[in-house]
Design a binder for this molecule. Structure first.
Ligand code: MG
Length: 410
């Protein structure tokens, strides 16, 4: 592990030529915004697995953001389902548009709290890179199929780390995108006390920037699934009557001149809801961050500055309860709606068929998956191959390879 050199400022040394030094100096002043003491700084990064010279006008976390955006896995997010099957409606979120919304919210929360926006943005952009086709149903099926194997299940967060560490290949002689330690750690959302990264125990508490990215994910999916649910007609305003967060956002929309009879009213309510949630997050998190700031003068285990003890970025108790209520409505009315469940069941069949077929015919795996099979085994190779697929690719391949396999009727 190459630890990046510490310097006194926010930036640190780069290649040592006169012209570049001048660039570096200018960049040192402007590259990272002035941040709070608890923000991670690229200057105290734990660095990359494979050392490489730093860049003249981008911070390491900006480079990580760009590496993720330029990856194949990122482009494939466009073809993966968020909730409504990819391609069934022009306005529904895909895994890509969801990710972009998460990144925008993560930046807002980070800026509001004086955190490192570049780091939070990079984590947000990478957070769903390990997602399977067909949304959470694809993940659930792979998890079931792998539960009894040496892989012991499947988790899209772990798979996101695998994507950036192993599966993407862009640099000569190394696997992965060679991201900084902080971005990689930030992708490991669900941790136990035994969770390790590069053989080092990293504890259960994420860096402030990773917390900001993951809580932005919560805001994004809650609000846009509400939007898509209304757009689809599975959810109606009547069904939301009495739901505390909806009522609060609706009142805010009315107070700002929204007219319930206008076609755009529901969308405006959702805009007000996002504002309400993000405002609550920032207001609520300021005090706990200030309280832990002195402990962050030296880098914590997970970033340039990491929160010791408990998570620090979160909603107020009242909003947390109301957000849970809203999630309950989404589960009942959208995620578990019979129409959505019927599509999910069909797609679960596609994933099961592909898994069984490819395990039986490994010669039909993609070329790099066949290579990985030799070093990492059949289950891993098949899992990587399927997890990386877009919905359309999985359906096409199913049609080609599993013709005759009985899909549940539409
Ligand atoms: Mg997400």
């Amino acid at each position: 592990m190459a630890r990046m050199p510490r310097t006194t400022g926010l930036w640190y040394g780069m290649h040592d030529t006169t012209a570049e030094s001048a660039t570096s100096e200018a960049f040192a002043r402007n590259g990272e915004r002035v941040m709070s003491p608890y923000a991670a700084s690229a200057g105290t990064s734990r660095g990359r697995r494979f050392p490489e010279p730093e860049h003249g006008f981008r911070t390491p976390y900006q480079r990580d953001r760009d590496r993720i955006i330029h990856s194949r896995a990122f482009r494939r997010l466009e073809g993966k389902t968020q909730v409504f099957l990819n391609g069934t409606g022009d306005h529904y979120r895909t895994r890509l548009t969801h990710t972009i919304e998460v990144a925008a919210l993560a930046r807002t929360v980070s800026r509001g709290l004086g955190l490192n926006e570049d780091l939070a943005e990079a984590i947000a952009l990478g957070h769903d890179l390990g997602h399977t086709p067909f949304g959470h149903m694809g993940e659930r099926v792979l998890n079931e199929l792998l539960a009894g194997t040496a892989l012991r299940g499947f988790d899209h967060n772990q798979q996101a780390l695998r994507v950036v560490d192993v599966l993407e290949r862009k640099y000569p002689g190394i696997d992965g995108l060679n991201l900084t330690w902080e971005v990689r750690a930030g992708l490991l959302k669900h941790r136990t006390p035994d969770t390790t990264l590069d053989g080092v125990r990293i504890g259960t508490v994420l860096s402030c920037e990773a917390q900001a990215a993951h809580v932005a994910d919560d805001v994004a999916y809650c609000t846009h699934d509400l939007d898509d649910g209304l757009e689809s007609g599975l959810l109606t305003e009547a069904a939301l009557a009495g739901v505390a967060l909806w009522e609060r956002a609706r009142a805010a929309a009315l107070a700002q001149g929204g007219r319930p009879e206008a076609e755009s009213f529901q969308v405006f309510v959702i805009r007000c809801l996002i504002d309400l949630l993000v405002g609550d997050l920032i207001e609520t998190s300021r005090a706990p961050l200030a309280a832990v700031a002195p402990a962050m003068a030296s880098p914590g285990p997970d970033a340039g500055g990491a929160a010791p003890g408990t998570p620090t970025i979160g909603f107020s108790a009242a909003i947390a309860v109301q957000a849970e209520e809203l999630r309950g409505v989404l589960f009942q009315r959208v995620y578990r709606h019979p129409d959505v469940m019927a599509v999910n069941q069909r797609m679960a069949g596609v994933v099961r068929d592909l898994f069984a077929h490819l395990r039986a015919h490994p010669d039909q795996l993609g070329e790099s998956a066949q290579q990985r099979m030799l070093s990492e085994g059949l289950d891993r190779a098949v899992t990587d191959y399927i997890a990386g697929m877009t919905d359309h690719y999985a359906l096409r391949l199913h049609e080609t390879l599993c013709r005759g396999a009985a899909l549940p009727p539409q």
